[in-house]
Ligand binder design. Sequence first.
Ligand SMILES: *[C@@H]1O[C@H](CO)[C@@H](O)[C@H](O)[C@H]1NC(C)=O
Ligand SMILES: *[C@@H]1O[C@H](CO)[C@@H](O)[C@H](O)[C@H]1NC(C)=O
Ligand SMILES: *[C@@H]1O[C@H](CO)[C@@H](O)[C@H](O)[C@H]1NC(C)=O
Length: 791
Amino acid sequence: MAFNNIIISATCLVLTLLLPLASCTKNKQIYVVEFGEHYSEGDKLTSHEIENTHHSYLLSVKGTEEEAQASLLYSYKHTINGFAAFLTPKEANIFSEMEGVVSVRESQSRIYSLHTTRSWKFVGLDEILNPYWEEKSNQTDGDLLEKAKYGENIIVGMIDNGVWPESKSFSDEGMGPVPQKWKGVCQNGTAFGSSQCNRKIIGARYYLRGYESEFGPLDEKEDYKSARDKDGHGTHTASIVAGRVVPKASALGGFARGTASGGAPLARLAIYKACWPLKGKSKDEGNICTDIDLLKAIDDAVGDGVDILSISIGFKTPLPYEDDVIAKSTLHAVKKNIVAVCSAGNLGPLPQRLSNPAPWIITIGASTVDRSFLAPVKLSSGTIIEGRSITPLHMENSFRPLVLARDVVHPGVASEDSGFCLDNSLQPNKVQGKIVLCMRGKGGRVKKGLEVQRAGGVGLILGNNKTYGNDVPSDPHFIPATAVSYENVLKLINYVHSSPNPMAQILPGRTVLESKPAPSMASFSSRGPNIIDPNILKPDITAPGVDILAAWTPKDGPTRMTFQDKRVVEYNIFSGTSMSCPHVSAAAALLKAIHPTWSSAAIRSALITTAIAIDNTGNPLTDETGNPATPFAMGSGHFNPKRAADPGLVYNASYTDYLLYTCSLGVTQKLNVRYNCPKSVHEPIDLNYPSIQVHRLNHTRTIKRTVTNVGRSRSVYKFIAKSPEEYSITATPKLLKFSHVGQKKNFIITVTANRDKIPKAMFDSNKYYFGWYAWTGEYNVVRSPVAVSFA
Ligand SMILES: *[C@@H]1O[C@H](CO)[C@@H](O)[C@H](O)[C@H]1NC(C)=O
Ligand SMILES: *[C@@H]1O[C@H](CO)[C@@H](O)[C@H](O)[C@H]1NC(C)=O
Ligand SMILES: *[C@@H]1O[C@H](CO)[C@@H](O)[C@H](O)[C@H]1NC(C)=O
């Protein structure tokens, strides 16, 4: 992702609306002033009372009513207790010395980004439902959906960039009244009236103050000043969670024709638009969300009464919890037993780049489904090379000369840029009438087709480099085109170099079901290890995030190239951990409906311990290289909502357990929660998490865990484990006997290094070795991944 660095800049006064940017006073910046959590009685304060308190604090420093009014950006009430305002450094100082104020921090205006795929967008159409969800398990998951009443009483808060409410996916036909606990609003704005909400989209709000303070007024050609989505991302993610069942949906050109449906088709959606286009940048570089807008969106969602928060947003570099507004605010959400589901990010396959690693969040990686869009390349030698595409254009039935981009660029093009078909790089006299092999890695994928077309070429083959390996994208190009794996790139290069007259033909694309192996990890999915806390294994699980068909906005073409792509589609194919996250949000909604008393930790535990690490060939789930994926890519494996509904045992954790965990890290104070850490605290690793990560193991490590029986009353579970030769995993006791539901059992896991098996020569504490352990009962296997590095 050619993604911007965190932008930290002095901000202008609200008056930017009237004044040119340059005249803004540089000594006024946005600060977040926090008072520490409300006492429990504080929760009874009305919103209005809290706001008044914040206002009077501001007034005491600002002097005049007008100034106080103008400088206040947001009051936060349901997550942190504080406000965001324009202050001078002097005023900030006054606050930091005031009684009751626990912290005053300059807003970093960190840029969070929506988690769609790395380079940039393609898309066509495909079905959102994956085999694990519906196609193969019609009856069984049907039961699940029925038991959960299709999620009808569950409210999912989408923290994203809006929604296209007229999509058929958001029809409220036949839906019952809005749940009574709902306290949200339907905020009007540009092209979005309060009547736009219905029994499906029950609330909608938008947050622009942070964005406009940082970047100036929203360019209304680029987005709506309302909860309406001009981009497509928010519409797509919302329909993945809770889109209605829409038969015969398909993408451009009829790809992936089938029934589109969200995972919880009757769940209610509450839309919180906090992300906006980054001015003058292409969309893959930025849809951005500033921290104070994001914090307010989550704050409102918590106050409005959502059950699930679905957040397909993250940042480029993992941030410590106290600097990470998603981590900070979702901790408060978990206190109210709201489930927070977040994307792991699209910065894979390099390690250590994962977003949203806090243990109170469910962190989701992305993998493929068993549907692919095959558009093979036929060589004049007769060889057929597999390719993928959702391009609705066919080449005439004849062979065309095949050339490599690097052989047909203008002489001035730098050699490191020559393979990529960047704008104006190809020589028309060498490309006219030909098919060009262009490499992925630099420049937009669909734009390469435009460059080939500009130079008179007739077809594009998009080639993976070695890093992308087998992770082949399916894009809706503007000219006949297909994409091939790295291995096939080598075959094509070999053919071009060895044949006197290389000729090829791109065959029409078609949708193929039951393709194998699937699922397989997407190379873009961000990988662990978790560098914020190496005691917590992340991501938690993986879910479908490649070529997902879901609803779209008519205001943006399927490629998201707003100004070039005028094609209008109702459904679009899109990839990213942004798409896998809402799959799990939907699953969490169903689980919550079936088990209303479960904590958010229990829901996460159920999802993690029942996930499947095997693909549809019966082999270990692989990554883009074809090797078995590790838990740093897939967590415990691919989610399986049906199994998660009946996990047998769960690893529970309460809000207090998370606070004790923050005590063990020594960060409680920095999070401004009101909690006195006990003198002796556990180790962070003893947080009752359904997976285990041991960092820098010396010799032996013991880890405490507790499971709660949520299955049959009388049951017996046996311990089993699989570890690599570098260490062993044992449990005490080895047998857990339960006599009633709700019963808890403690056990201790011991991880022991086999020092003589660890390569001594090059010690690397970031090199992890993977295993797992499980409690196996008559009906359930409760499996936990284990990752260990050595000191
Ligand atoms: C799915 O279930 C419905 C209703 O029970 C049944 O009519 C249909 O044949 C099933 N489809 C498959 C693929 O099993
Ligand atoms: C929002 O609704 C109110 C009341 O109907 C109206 O006065 C106002 O102009 C609307 N604002 C926008 C931006 O549409
Ligand atoms: C492939 O392209 C990506 C994106 O530009 C780059 O990060 C990676 O290093 C490349 N891999 C190889 C082997 O060139």
